[in-house]
Design a protein around this ligand. Structure first.
Ligand code: ADP
Ligand code: MG
Length: 679
């Protein structure tokens, strides 16, 4: 038997089962081998019936004593079977399997897997022990995802037969790497993952398949990285004089972490290959200043810079801070957002195309085809996770191989950085500017939110300002969370009636939103009520309190990001997380916020609790779906895989000696990655 043979050659499959398999795209022996078990069941040791515990899952083996089929008044049937072993007797029942009564009879050996309730076992998975039971009982048994029309037993037998061809599968993992990492060959791993001889064999098989997934993915991102650097971009010039000029513009001393990131970016800009760098830093670590530094190098080299931000609020804020820092210089900074008036827009686009705009800050409006640069040298993307890969690419295509700097809102877990951003180089700002104090954080239930608002009032009366944040309420959800609008009305007419309170949500018209933000920033408002529109980047140093309502609905990274809005003014700051439904799980999650203000730690916890798909909270993260690997757990393997990918491509750049790997990479990643130079 060969891997490419049809499943029709496998024994024991009825025509119906064959149709079902082929319908489920399991057409060849190889397809079947890659139909991996969902889990395994250790059927080497069984529990004596007498020792079964209520509510616990158990596997028992016994002899059938009696079979009865009962027809209920509603014409449904259930089958009860009494099974005994040396220690006792157990009743099992199945509903709606009338044929079962005919296939079971006294004296048969039965293995059952299920949960015991009221002394009985209901709807257990079962296996009849007979002469050809060797695959199903008395070993570690694979449990497969089932396709309708194929029984577990038939599938097991077919896959067991298919394993004859396992040694003939092309092994894409290079021998050197297998040796170096002590991983089994693919054929052995296949046997081990389907019908392992023991636990150790299963583990080593899984480790190998996990490695395959991670290594393949790292090969793809490393190739992508190579693709991005295949042709030279702009080689910037940078000298002491420019350095002094830029530093003189910044209103503060850079932290050493900022300086380190800047040095890395500067080296990229001065090199031939275009920069492709991710700037990671905790909330408030000062990523904007680093981005501005990069922008000024580019502008000094007579190139234009595009600065993309996810919201108008943030774009405006960036434009304003940058204009302030550059006041009196001849750098032309403009803002282009959705609400920019037509005449203003025409003026900006004209000036941009003529090369008269040096730095264009904006939102998605920058991506439109009518936005044309004269000579775009640098693209900066703030809060990168709010944009898709495609949007990033759209902006980049407006230049000729521009340098690219993307920034994240909060730290992202190490393993996600190596996958979702695996094609990028990474700089980390792991230090906050001096004078920051972590906000004192308290979790409380809705009934105990009184002290939170008391502190808020006290701070406002002492001249500080505050945020109150509500979750977005989608229409389909219960409205128990209370929307920002309702909350605003309640607060304004209730506990905060004597304070100046403003409201900003996603629904607020742009002009009104700007006005409210301006009022808050200037101190004309004491409290700003809003949704997560305020999550990203808003910088008002006089704010010292933030209350997050229905905090259990937010991811930890979002909460961390929100908390980062306060504590920037050098005085004490407070963060209250008010939980509407304080379940044990929510409590455990929110407690972490009380315990640490280290964004990198919070990110890891967030990943561990919510999983990679949820972490970014958007479909645009570009994470692959792994079947065996698990990014919440496999960081070390991921790092090894990345190291091996770099090493292999350095030795064998076109994978000339690895045809199987090449084929595999193209099969898995063509279309999604630019597999430069191996196709
Ligand atoms: P983030 O990394 O979250 O985007 P920002 O760039 O908005 O942070 O910076 C947060 C605040 O810290 C801003 O008010 C900024 O002016 C200030 N800041 C940045 N770097 C420094 C520094 N080296 N010293 C003092 N303040 C700084
Ligand atoms: Mg920022």
């Amino acid at each position: 038997m060969r891997p490419d043979d049809s499943v029709q050659l496998l024994p024991g499959l009825t025509p119906g089962a064959l149709r079902a398999l082929e319908g489920g795209s399991l057409r060849t022996v190889k397809d079947l081998l890659w139909h991996l078990p969902r889990r395994h069941e250790d059927r080497t040791s069984f529990r004596p019936i007498a020792s079964l515990k209520e509510g616990k899952p158990a596997i028992v083996r016994g002899t059938v004593e009696r079979v009865r089929s009962v027809r209920m008044r509603n014409r449904r049937t259930f089958v009860t079977v009494v099974v005994s072993d040396d220690s006792g007797r157990l009743e099992a029942r199945w509903f709606n399997l009338p044929w079962l009564a005919k296939s079971l009879s006294a004296g048969m050996e039965l293995v059952m897997y299920g949960r015991v309730k009221d002394g009985k076992i209901s709807q257990p998975e079962f296996e009849i022990v007979d002469s050809d039971s060797a695959l199903h009982v008395g070993r570690i048994v694979p449990i497969y995802p089932l396709t309708k029309g194929v029984t577990m037993r038939a599938l097991r037998m077919a896959i067991h037969a298919a394993l004859d061809a396992a040694s003939e599968l092309e092994d894409p993992l290079p021998q050197e790497i297998r040796d170096k990492r002590a991983l089994p060959a693919l054929g052995d791993a296949m046997r081990g993952v389907h019908f392992p001889a023991d636990r150790a064999a299963l583990e080593s098989a899984k480790e190998r398949l996990r490695y395959d997934e991670l290594f393949g993915f790292q090969m793809a991102v490393v190739l992508q990285r190579r693709y991005q650097r295949r042709e030279p971009g702009f080689t910037h010039r940078f000298g002491q004089e420019l350095e002094h000029r830029i530093l003189a513009r910044l209103p503060f001393e850079l932290t050493s972490a900022q300086s380190r990131a800047i040095a890395e970016i500067r080296d990229d800009l001065c090199a031939d290959a275009p920069m492709n760098r991710l700037l990671q830093g905790d909330v408030g670590s000062g990523k904007t200043a680093v981005a501005l530094y990069a922008a000024l190098i580019s502008i000094a080299n007579r190139l234009q810079v595009a600065f993309l931000a996810p919201t108008e609020v943030l774009a405006r804020q960036h434009q304003r801070t940058i204009r302030e820092m550059l006041a009196g210089s001849d750098v032309a900074v403009e803002l282009l957002v959705g609400s920019t008036k037509a005449a203003e827009r025409r003026r900006i686009l004209g000036a941009l195309a003529a090369g008269e705009v040096n730095l264009l800050v904006g939102t998605h409006a920058l991506l439109e085809p009518s936005v044309e640069f004269d000579q775009m040298g640098l693209v900066i993307v703030d809060e990168q996770h709010k944009f898709g890969v495609r949007q990033r690419a759209k902006l980049i295509r407006k230049g000729r191989r521009p340098d690219v700097l993307v920034m994240t809102a909060t730290p992202i877990p190490r393993s996600l950085a190596l996958t979702a951003f695996g094609d990028l180089d990474v700089s980390v700002i792991d230090e906050l500017p001096p004078g920051r104090r972590p906000a004192t954080t308290k979790v409380c239930s809705a009934a105990r939110r009184g002290p939170a608002y008391k502190t808020l009032r006290a701070e406002v009366l002492a001249g500080r300002q505050a945020f109150v944040i509500y979750p977005l309420v989608e229409e389909s959800e219960e409205i128990d969370a209370g929307s920002a609008e309702e909350g605003f009305a309640l607060l304004r007419d209730g506990p905060l009636c004597d304070l100046r309170v403003g409201l900003v949500t996603g629904r607020t018209p742009a002009a009104e939103r700007d006005e409210t933000m301006r009022a808050f920033r200037s101190g004309a408002l004491d409290v700003l009520v809003g949704t997560t529109v305020l999550e990203v980047g808003v910088d008002v140093p006089n704010a010292s309190v933030i209350v997050v309502e229905s905090a259990e609905r937010f991811g930890l990274s979002t909460l961390h990001q929100l908390r980062g809005r306060v504590g920037r003014g050098g005085t004490d700051a407070y963060c209250f997380l008010v939980a509407t439904k304080l379940t044990a799980d929510a409590k455990a999650r929110l407690k972490i916020m009380e315990q640490t203000s280290d964004g990198f730690r919070i990110a890891e916890e967030d990943l561990r609790m919510r999983g990679p798909g949820e972490f970014f909270g958007t479909r645009q993260h570009g994470l692959p779906e792994f079947r065996v690997a698990d990014l919440t757990r496999d960081y070390d393997a991921l790092r090894r895989a990345r190291e091996d990918a770099f090493e292999l491509l350095a030795l064998d750049p076109k994978l000339a000696r690895q045809p199987a790997l090449r084929v595999e990479l193209i099969r898995r990643f063509a279309g999604r990655f630019d597999l430069y130079d191996i196709g």
